[in-house]
Design a protein. Structure first.
Length: 132
């Protein structure tokens, strides 16, 4: 309903607002990754930011699982991308960036452990699609 309200009452086209939100998330999360030295880059389009891990393929499910585990208390994401909304205002963007900063700090700590899988409190994320 919040998105419909934006469509009806905003002077900014929704796709432009989605791109603004996405750009703010990409810049903020990217800066946090860089400062914490987390092997994650923000790629994709402003309206569809993608989380790109710079780790070997066999470690991607683990790092995605660790990050998702830490985000689970407050931010809902797809394991590999974000879905910015035209209804996200500056307060929501700041809240998301705070959740990501905390989750990335925990993930960075876990990745420094000799066996980061020990930090998992559940199962690894499973790929949605597999190739034969």
């Amino acid at each position: 309903l919040a998105v419909l309200d934006v469509h009806q009452h905003s002077n900014v086209p929704p796709i432009k607002r989605m791109a603004q939100v996405g750009r703010a998330l990409m810049v903020g999360i990217g800066a946090t990754c860089e400062s914490l030295r987390v092997p994650l880059r923000m790629t994709g389009l402003d309206c569809r930011p993608v989380l790109t891990w710079d780790v070997p393929v066999d470690q991607r499910m683990l790092v995605q699982s660790l990050l998702q585990q830490e985000l689970a208390g407050g931010v809902l994401t797809h394991p590999s991308a974000l879905n910015p909304s035209a209804a996200h205002d500056g307060n929501v963007v700041n809240e998301i960036l705070t959740w990501f900063a905390n989750a990335l700090a925990s993930t960075a700590e876990y990745l420094s452990w000799p066996n980061p899988v020990d930090a998992l409190r559940g199962d690894l994320i499973q790929p949605a699609c597999t190739r034969p």
